[in-house]
Design a protein around this ligand. Sequence first.
Ligand code: IPM
Ligand code: MN
Length: 369
Amino acid sequence: MKKKIAVLPGDGIGTEVTKGAVDILKAAAERFGHEFEFEYGQIGGCAIDACGSPLPDETLALCKRSDAVLLGAVGGPKWDSNPPEMRPEKGLLAIRKHLNLFANLRPISFYASLSEASPLRTEIIEGADFLIVRELTGGLYFGKPSGRTVIDGEEAVVDTLQYHKYEMKRIIELAFQLAQKRKRKVTSVDKANVLESSRMWRETAEEVAAEYKDVTLEHMLVDNAAMQLIRNPKQFDVVVTENMFGDILSDEASVLTGSLGMLPSASISAGGPSLYEPIHGSAPDIAGQNKANPIASILSAASLLRNSFGLNEEAEAVELAVEKVLEEGFRTADLASGSKAVTTEEMVEEIKTALLGQEAISQIMGAYS
Ligand code: IPM
Ligand code: MN
């Protein structure tokens, strides 16, 4: 298979972890006989420095002529006091909007070998496996008006939470379709006791549920959901929610697995190329130190293989390689809890060896069968 991948490493540890993910994609291409072409573009702080825009036109054009996009992370203290339009995060929001990335899938799975790293007791987290489906192009992040103002002669501020009904419907439908391939349960999270937008969300979820009789729908208020994630994470299968709630709940959920550095995400486009990125940020405090955990980025690359290219076997091979290396005890600093940690590059090397090693094993097995 011949494919073109746009690579946008971004800022901070984004560059380090993305390099690792590209190495793994190259190894997967080598092992399975595919041809991936990688073309690099800038986004975030580095793009502001180089081109005066957090999302330069040429980056967007590159993404649009690619089959999928692999992104690192954006942001850093250098740009924190920039005006709103010149902040690195603006590049991320703009690319989500321009590529129509309406659905952000954030799978949370438990790794037995990492049970020590989770702040929760093993019996609570053991076997937890759910998927957060976060709406990504609407809500408070994009609503207008938004900004400083004066109301009744007093200094004030406005952000707007706006959704079209169709935006709610398409993301909830996707959640139901994904649930059909899993444990057939959708938890729709909202704040329907307070927000009008949440009441429309709930109503829409009911309408969609009527079309998917094989899937159970439950509603949960967001404050309760925040508690239930910690109290009993095993109750969840697919969790669907609006943009801001999904942002907050997914960071909370990430800790269950031991580290934010483990969690991949897929941002699915309604039409164009989809985008894959770790859910963690640019971590300026450890940037450039060869310390970051590359696994979230590598698992995002696996998700790219599966969701954009339909390469299930290849994706599974990468995921298995990650699992094997964790089982063997390799840990980056975020997971090492004081004991000796491997560097970003060493972790990538181990995963690559495991990925290419599987082939050697399967060839040997083949010779005997
Ligand atoms: C995320 C990040 C972004 C978000 C920021 C960097 C704009 O936290 O992808 O979760 O809030 O969506
Ligand atoms: Mn976030």
